[in-house]
Design a protein around this ligand. Structure first.
Ligand SMILES: *[C@@H]1O[C@H](CO)[C@@H](O)[C@H](O)[C@H]1NC(C)=O
Ligand SMILES: *[C@@H]1O[C@H](CO)[C@@H](O)[C@H](O)[C@H]1NC(C)=O
Ligand SMILES: *[C@@H]1O[C@H](CO)[C@@H](O)[C@H](O)[C@H]1NC(C)=O
Ligand SMILES: *[C@@H]1O[C@H](CO)[C@@H](O)[C@H](O)[C@H]1NC(C)=O
Length: 280
């Protein structure tokens, strides 16, 4: 499930200067563990791997790097895909409107379970991957369509487990991610006939917990932005904006926190600390 990146022209362009929205200058990468599928490609024939985005708009630009580990200590590697469960996403959509006011709602869930064993010089290891994704989105229009709220939440839980041939646990990684996003846009009359004022508040975050065996880490990266702009068609005539960002990373080695505040295109605060208050 991709993180919803807001680009520098998004919602209110004044919010994203000099700090851009999370991921805008550094699009997140995603890892897909293909180990459970290895058995399908060890037949000395050509195979094609492709990736795409399901249940969304048709147009996505995606590319990928394929990482392959070769076993130099054995002449033959055997593998088999034993579980391959990926039912269609469960999606429900609803809408309700009276004139210009109303709401759209989407709820979706997706579940994937993959398992395969690989017998190499490291032994016969079984990799199983379990992923659950939950998505909710609600857009509401009030006050004759001039007060819009958008609330979206994405939750992903992914578990990758490797067992040896006697059922002993070799490794277990659990990743939990939450991507909440909330936008409020209020449209008001502008100072001129043909202008309008948009008041926008945006809050979004990445909240990621990783457990790898006995080690664990927690990252919260959150932005709160408020602003307004007067616009004519697609041109921004004037406005004000502030964005505050807090990044907290905590693991066995300690905690790091950085808080940044911007106001009207200028940095007004940038503090770093290696001890966290009870933020997490
Ligand atoms: C590897 O382990 C799996 C699960 O224990 C087993 O089903 C499979 O037969 C084993 N493969 C080999 C080549 O021994
Ligand atoms: C504002 O709107 C009125 C009525 O539609 C029009 O007569 C007037 O010329 C407009 N003024 C400007 C500055 O566009
Ligand atoms: C936007 O945020 C500001 C500051 O937190 C708040 O005063 C204002 O009421 C918010 N606007 C809306 C429409 O919620
Ligand atoms: C952003 O940070 C500044 C400086 O710390 C603070 O004055 C302001 O209230 C904060 N704004 C929001 C919306 O949290």
């Amino acid at each position: 499930m991709p993180f919803p990146v807001i680009f520098t022209g998004g919602i209110n362009p004044l919010l994203w200067k000099p700090v851009v929205a999370i991921g805008a200058f550094n699009l997140p990468s995603y890892d897909f563990d293909l180990t459970p599928f290895l058995g399908m490609v060890l037949d000395e024939k050509d195979h094609v791997f492709s990736i795409g985005v399901t249940d969304g708009i048709k147009y996505w630009l995606v590319d990928a790097n394929l990482h392959i580990w070769l076993d130099s200590s054995s002449t033959i590697v055997e593998a088999k895909n034993v579980v391959n469960i990926y039912p269609e996403s469960e999606i429900s959509r609803s809408e309700e409107f009276q004139s210009l006011d109303g709401s759209f709602q989407i709820k979706a869930e997706k579940f994937t379970r993959l398992e395969g064993w690989v017998k190499s010089s490291s032994g016969n290891l079984t990799t199983s991957i379990l992923q659950e994704v939950k998505f909710t989105s609600a857009i509401k229009f009030k006050r004759k369509g001039t007060y819009k709220t958008f609330k979206q939440n994405i939750e992903v839980r992914r578990e990758a487990k490797v067992l040896n041939d006697v059922g002993g646990l070799v490794s277990r990684v659990i990743v939990k991610r939450k991507y909440p996003l909330k936008v409020i846009t209020v449209t008001l009359p502008g100072s001129k006939n043909d202008t309008s004022v948009l008041v926008t508040n945006v809050t979004h975050a990445v909240n990621e917990r990783v457990k790898n065996g006995k080690l664990s880490s927690h990252v919260i990266n959150k932005q709160v932005s408020n602003g307004w702009m007067e616009v004519r068609d697609h041109s921004v005539l004037s406005g004000e904006a502030m964005t505050n960002q807090t990044y907290v990373c905590r693991d066995e080695l300690g905690c790091y926190v950085r808080t940044v505040a911007t106001l009207n295109g200028r940095l007004i605060k940038d503090n770093t600390a290696y001890a966290c208050p009870s933020l997490v």
